[in-house]
Design a protein around this ligand. Sequence first.
Ligand code: CDT
Length: 316
Amino acid sequence: MSRTLIVAAAQMGPIPRSQSRQEAVARLIGMMVEARRMGADLIVYPEAALTAFFPHWWIEDEAELDAWFEREMPSAATQPLFDTAARLGIGFKLGYCELDMTTGRKRRFNTAILVDRLGRIVGKYRKIHLPGTDRHRPEHPFQNLEKRYFEIGDLGFPVWETMGGRMGMMICNDRRWPESWRVLGLQGVELAMLGYNTPVHNPNTPETDDLNNFHNHLSVQAGAYQNGTWAVAVAKAGLEEGVDQIGQSCIVAPSGEIVAQASTLGDEIVVARCDLDRCAVYKKHIFDFARHRRPEHYGLILERTGAGEPLGKTPG
Ligand code: CDT
């Protein structure tokens, strides 16, 4: 059986603050139909694909904050996306903001789900590496308040066997951390999917602004190559409510090469034929973890969170 999936990266342009869920879902459905016409088996949407990226704003009112979150998935507003996927026979990965009440207390997560070609939710991931701060920085042109509005994800980095391959998810900032990729790699991931909302300007470190596109690709290409996996990284791009965000959504082969890339900052689909068997040459040789990894020398990775004293001793 062929293990080639045609995968679509569905980059989105900005979602205006005033855009309703129904309008955002209509956009997602339009892209899904187009992707299917291009032959796609699976479409990958950005992080927080149903709303503007509200962590860029200071919000004090609890009800106003809650309005940016989904209490159920699917909901009346999102059900048409699931119905269209099932009708077209296309899987999808969707990022959204989740308000969870299942433990009896309100918990908010930055979440992504994986839906199979029958329209069934087969996987859920909650963002672990939350960037930014929980403090208001009125001196900055925009905020980055993910640490205030979301809890750290509690589901780890699972990999699911579905749609003919091993699939994993991460969200935006997670892609910068080799640990996210390696935990997926240790489960034999063959397709890693992620969405991002990455501003062009870093208020804390403006000297790195020019490198944001480079760092995006650097992270995804390195993660894909070092774990022998396909990767799909999808932006919400362009000028959203005064915040400029990078584009350059891409599909990366297990070789680390970019095989498809968006060239606008708007709604744009790029597709690639992803032969999952192309992972094997990396997984069985240069990155044969069982043969080459030396976890007995990686203890600090679990022992330390922040960097500490160097362990080097002068010999003799
Ligand atoms: N959404 C998200 O995680 N954004 C962060 C901004 C970090 S500032 C460079 C990101 O990693 O892109």
